[in-house]
Design a protein. Sequence first.
Length: 168
Amino acid sequence: MDIRDYDGIEIPAGTFIPVMSLQEISTQYCSEGYKVKFAATNDLFMHETKIIPKDTEFYGYVEDLHDPVIGTNASMKIRINKMVYADGFEVPVKGYLYTSNNNIYGGGISEPVKYIKMSHRQQRVHYITLQLKPSQERKMGTHTTITSGANEIIMLTSPAWITHTLTN
């Protein structure tokens, strides 16, 4: 016997959820396992049902962290593991804070130590111009920071089952 006609909604893997950081996260003072918190910036609808209301909180942690070294900036990877509705109902989710660099924040090449002047002859004008070319040597990398209030995106890596929705 069915008590109610509600089966739940599956949010597919690969879904993007726009969020805002509720705290500053930096490789300078955070370590692996550091707890992080985000809030949904928009309502997320599926089949005319609001499945994730605005201000729903997402919790996670810094999964992987690399300090800066000479030639490379610091990097971190943030995993999201829980979504909490305004009424306190928790839904487990699997996802990452999305970046185009395999979900890794930072990790880029650091600034060159110096620039070398190099002459460049132009064919048609018959002038020589000086250009600056970066040297092979690199400076010490810098720390990566996600500021409080920064707009980010969570990407789900596996489907999430929503069996609880809020109504006004």
